[in-house]
Design a protein around this ligand. Structure first.
Ligand SMILES: [Zn+2]
Length: 173
């Protein structure tokens, strides 16, 4: 059983994850892969974004990257050493690398990504001793909600006629 303070911390993590989930749903409404991320410093959410790769025609426009950029601009520092990043899905290699570059303190994510996840599933970028920074990780916060959003999205994609190239994005959810 969680102690009272650990329980309160987990409730807080869930609250911020709901903000990331909201951004993921906004992304879905734009026909983007429904992943969302937010950055929290102290008790304040300094940035939030969903995926924007199609919207912005930018292969690097993953939710975590956009949120990190927004957070750095907002606090006026490219080092985010006091930041907690919430992501609905386990970050990919690019995003995990960006968390290292930003010196993020803690990453909290929802569901594992069996195909592209680079934190726990592959590479273990956030805990690699070959890199000059390590990010603490908490996984599985609101996991089923985060995963279901992805499953729903890819199920709809598979059912639509234009499956084709979209199928290659991911079908592991
Ligand atoms: Zn990514």
């Amino acid at each position: 059983m969680l102690s009272e303070s650990a329980d309160a911390r987990m409730k807080a993590h869930e609250g911020w994850m709901r903000e990331a989930l909201r951004a993921a749903r906004d992304a879905q409404a734009r026909d983007e892969v429904p992943i969302g991320a937010c950055v929290v410093v102290g008790q304040e959410m300094v940035a939030v974004s969903g995926n924007r790769t199609r919207t912005d025609c930018d292969p690097t426009a993953h939710a975590e990257i956009i949120a990190l950029r927004g957070a750095a601009r907002k606090i006026g520092n490219y080092r985010l050493s006091e930041a907690i990043v919430y992501s609905t899905i386990e970050p990919c290699a690019m995003c995990a690398g960006a968390l290292i570059q930003a010196r993020v303190k803690l990453l909290v994510y929802g569901a594992q990504d069996d195909r592209a996840g680079a934190v726990h599933t592959h590479f273990q970028i956030c805990s690699s001793d070959q890199l000059n920074h390590r990010v603490e990780v908490i996984e599985g916060v609101l996991e089923s909600e985060c995963r279901e959003l992805m499953q729903e999205f890819f199920r709809a994609r598979r059912q639509s006629s234009e499956v084709g190239d979209q199928k290659s994005i991911s079908s592991d959810f």
